[in-house]
Design a protein around this ligand. Structure first.
Ligand code: 5GP
Ligand code: ZN
Length: 122
């Protein structure tokens, strides 16, 4: 499958292998890797390989891709050591736009978990 690629985008560079990352999952459409500056003991980013700038650009045809990201999140959280629900669990965050704190303009799902303390992000 051909993916949209923005040559100035840091996550597109990670998809292309031009910037290294600690990968935890990859398939034809999705990539997941450890956040370089974690908010908590477990902090993963799940991204589509295609360059979608944010949730604000999401279209109906992206529904299967977004659905797969959401299904992958609990699987990777468990694999990476999040304790089971309800005592454990994880937090999913998708910042969208500057006011939300989005710094990288390539859609990404934060998967955050593990024992506290966590960095306060709001
Ligand atoms: P945002 O603020 O856009 O929701 O989140 C972007 C996240 O990407 C931040 O948590 C930041 O630490 C992470 N990040 C930025 N650059 C890199 C990088 O080059 N590699 C990795 N693994 N994470 C990055
Ligand atoms: Zn990109």
């Amino acid at each position: 499958m051909q993916h949209d690629h923005d040559p100035d985008c840091i996550f597109c560079k990670i998809v292309a292998g031009d910037i290294p990352s600690k990968k935890v999952y990859e398939d034809d459409d999705l990539l997941a890797f450890h956040d370089i500056s974690p908010w908590a003991p477990i902090h993963l980013l799940i991204i589509p390989k295609t360059h979608i700038p944010s949730m604000a650009q999401v279209q109906p045809e992206h529904a299967p891709l977004l659905g797969r990201m959401m299904v992958l999140a609990p699987q990777l959280a468990k694999e990476q050591g999040c304790e089971p629900f309800p005592e454990g669990g994880f937090r999913l965050v998708v910042n969208t736009g500057d006011e939300s704190g989005q710094e990288v303009h390539h859609l990404h799902l934060h998967v955050v978990g593990g024992p506290h303390p966590w960095k306060q992000i709001l």
